[in-house]
Design a protein around this ligand. Structure first.
Ligand code: GLY
Ligand code: MN
Ligand code: MN
Length: 463
């Protein structure tokens, strides 16, 4: 974990945003896989990690704004526990590591919250995203499980989002540690994916690299020759010469900061000329989008810029036609690019998404669009120094979507459906890097991972 004063300062900054009330933080509990003692890999809640750093299940914390007191609630292990788990630090020792003075048994949490409620004080909670948390919050607040999500505190959400959005130098170091492992995962995949192999032979080894060098993967690996399915978690296809595999994967550092990188690999070592054409368009859009990133620019503008670059490229190939500014304004490009250009990244791969995408990616000055494609943009608001975000354009040929649009006569003026027929078996290409916004521009994080056609082919062909 970071030094104790990092957590103290973070909590101090948070407290200053409130005049009164109680801030309640629920740490995550173990989650059963198939019976209660056989659990999924434990992952602490990211906001809990951010303010309290402790990576164990069974913890909660309260900050009383009025008297500035902080209490860690948990459990002291008994000798019976130690028989199964080995020696464990006491709750007090764990509290001290993150600069918290007071601690109390988990059973004391309910009376503390009940007392605050009885005194008419506001108890602020964040939106729970796990069933057990909904039940716990309902019980603590004496409300129904259904009412819990409406109880989430907007001031609390906004204060946490404002703070976690700006990454410190220490956090950037952690993200680059995650990206160093991610570099190895991607390089391994490029060097080892071969015709005749099953996708899981590569995805499984990448997962091993993430688990060996860090805290595991930061999200379930997407590694598929069916890259046209945006989040394809099936790894059972045999890879054939001439296929392209989309590899969207990343590791977590030991402090649980994420990496999130996508590369597209030619199986057999060389892109076909058609694949080169599409790859070059996506790469150009990605590089131009990165170059456009600077403080003050709304990320929606960067998204639309990337969309225009790709639409122009598709026009040159004869797949689109007409005026590309009009095409992008009307959303015609979204047939090929149906997702957003990127999202914030930090302790979560989609950072703070549990606090509500609109709180993270939008503000009073910029509302979410309802248009297909643009509505999936997670981050639209103006960028600030210290934001870490992904830049991940892609082009996809999704047979079901093409058939639906063609049957409906959608965007006929802009899309050459005749010519598109030859691309129905193409798959998809995505290229993703992680970027920090600096005082004057941006910096791509991590050691460069092979990205140009020459670089990728060199690794994929063993040159
Ligand atoms: N890893 C999923 C994404 O890129 O958003
Ligand atoms: Mn990704
Ligand atoms: Mn991403």
């Amino acid at each position: 974990m970071f030094a104790e004063n990092v957590y103290r300062q973070r909590r101090q900054q948070l407290k200053q945003q409130f005049d009164a009330g109680v801030l309640l933080f629920l740490g995550n509990d173990d989650s059963p896989m198939n019976y209660s003692d056989n659990t999924y890999r434990f992952r602490q809640d990211s906001t809990f990690l951010y303010y309290f750093g402790l990576q164990d299940p069974g913890l909660a914390a309260v900050i009383e704004v009025d008297d500035e007191s902080e209490t860690l609630f948990g459990y002291d292990f008994t000798v019976d526990d130690v028989v199964w788990m080995g020696p464990q630090p006491s709750l007090q020792e764990r509290a001290e590591r993150v600069g918290v003075v007071k601690c109390a048994a988990q059973s004391q949490l309910a009376p503390v919250i009940a007392k605050a409620l009885a005194a008419g004080r506001d108890v602020h909670i964040l939106p729970p995203y796990r069933g057990d948390h909904r039940i716990k919050a309902a019980s603590l607040l004496h409300i129904s499980v259904e009412a819990v999500e409406h109880y989430a505190s907007e001031p609390f959400i906004k204060a946490v989002v404002a703070q976690r959005s700006i990454k410190s130098t220490d956090e950037i170091v952690e993200i680059e540690t995650a990206l160093d492992i991610t570099h190895q995962m991607h390089t391994f995949a490029m060097q080892h994916a071969r015709p005749g192999m099953v996708e899981r032979e590569i995805s499984g080894q990448m997962e091993g690299i993430a688990a060996t060098r860090g805290a595991g993967v930061s999200f379930p690996i997407i590694f598929s020759v069916h890259g046209e399915t945006l989040h394809n978690h099936y790894h059972g296809n045999i890879m054939r010469r001439g296929d392209i595999a989309v590899n969207d994967s990343g590791a977590e550092s030991f402090l649980h900061y994420a990496g999130d990188i996508t590369r597209t690999i030619p199986i057999g070592g060389q892109f076909t000329s058609r694949q080169r054409d599409i790859y070059s368009i996506v790469l150009s859009a990605q590089m131009q989008a990165i170059a456009a990133i600077r403080p003050g620019i709304p990320y929606r503008d960067v998204h639309l810029h990337a969309a225009r670059v790709m639409a122009e490229g598709l026009k040159q190939l004869g797949l689109m036609r007409g005026d590309m500014d009009d095409a992008v304004a009307q959303g015609a490009h979204a047939l090929f690019f149906p997702h957003g250009l990127g999202h914030m990244m930090g302790l979560d791969v989609h950072d703070m998404e549990n606090l509500g995408e609109n709180h993270v990616g939008y503000d009073e000055s910029i509302q979410r669009s309802a248009q297909f494609g643009l509505k999936s943009l997670r981050l639209a608001r103006a960028l600030q120094p210290g934001y870490v975000l992904t830049v991940e354009p892609g082009l996809y040929f999704i047979p079901a979507l093409i058939a639906k649009w063609e049957a409906a006569g959608k965007s006929r003026d802009f899309i050459n459906y005749e010519k598109l027929r030859a691309f129905l078996d193409f798959g998809g290409i995505r290229i993703e890097d992680d970027v920090v916004v600096t005082a004057n521009g941006q910096r791509v994080l991590g050691r460069p991972i092979a990205k140009t056609i020459d670089e990728v082919e060199a690794l994929a062909s063993g040159r």
